[in-house]
Design a protein around this ligand. Structure first.
Ligand code: SAH
Length: 252
């Protein structure tokens, strides 16, 4: 059987207990290259075969899985963050379905959560934004036309941009075509939750320059929006005057 597992954003103690248990029982681990902390591979039992999928094609991954299946073993397919974001898991699952190989999926802490934690930030600040847009800039991998960054930027929502740290000039230009201004708060978070984590708070207008000066071109997220600035309204949930199903509000 194949277990897709989210490794979390980097810190080895941010994998789930279920994910760690699956690693300890694996006959084979296929991990997603440098984005997975090597400390997690140390959980592999003696005799476990370990492969780096960054050096493999989909066909090669499937061939390894097939040999493990023949021996009735368990493969852990270890993806960074949560497998559901830019993990290319669907094509693997469809191929496993076609081959009659069973699989399941154990979630992980995505890097967009790790980056928010590094900034002590809340994406959904009342009065600022109640929406998080997760996207990327079109590069060698295209993005559907209706999802061009400049178009999504029209909403002015909280935004997390993956896989685009090497194109910060393009990111900045696209953001400025939307609802953001040069003064809109932004941040670059490099290797969130790793020991070498770096957090750069800046503005949309200074994003590309900050990335250049810091020499950040990969393994980073761009966060954008008013949630990184001051000014918001209090939550209703914890407002003394607001009645919920669990608490009666008092006039204030
Ligand atoms: N499934 C992963 C994303 C894989 S795509 C997740 O849920 O996080 C790879 C991209 O994710 C990187 O190019 C970078 O933009 C981002 N990324 C992954 N780990 C990161 C980390 N620890 N800090 C900052 N960005 C990270």
């Amino acid at each position: 059987m194949v277990h897709f597992v989210g490794a979390g954003p980097g810190a080895p103690d941010l994998i789930t207990r279920r994910g760690a248990a699956l690693l300890r029982q694996a006959d084979c681990i296929i991990y997603a290259g440098s984005l997975v902390n090597p400390a997690l591979l140390a959980l592999a039992p003696d005799g476990c075969r370990v492969y780096n999928s960054a050096e493999m094609t989909l066909e090669e991954v499937l061939a390894v899985v097939a040999t493990v299946e023949q021996a009735q073993g368990n493969t852990v397919r270890l993806h960074t963050g949560d497998p559901c974001l830019y993990g290319a898991i669907r094509e693997q699952m469809d191929a496993l379905d076609a081959a009659g190989v069973p699989y399941d999926d154990t979630p992980g802490v995505s890097s967009f959560c790790g980056a928010a934690a590094a900034l002590n930030a809340e994406y959904t600040l009342p009065g600022i934004s109640q929406t998080v847009i997760i996207t990327r800039l079109a590069g060698r991998t295209p993005v559907p036309e209706g999802e061009a960054l400049a178009g999504l930027a029209a909403h002015g929502a909280s935004m997390v941009i993956f896989l685009s740290a090497g194109m910060l000039g393009g990111v900045q230009a696209a953001l400025l075509q939307g609802a953001y201004t040069p003064d809109t708060p932004a941040a670059l978070v490099y290797k969130a939750t790793w020991p070498e984590e770096r957090v750069i708070r800046c503005t949309v207008g200074s994003l590309a320059q900050n990335g250049r000066v810091a020499g950040i071109t990969k393994t980073a997220l761009v966060l954008v929006g008013g949630f990184l600035g001051g000014g918001y309204t209090r939550s209703k949930l914890y407002d003394p005057g607001f009645t919920t199903g669990y608490r009666k509000g008092e006039p204030v």
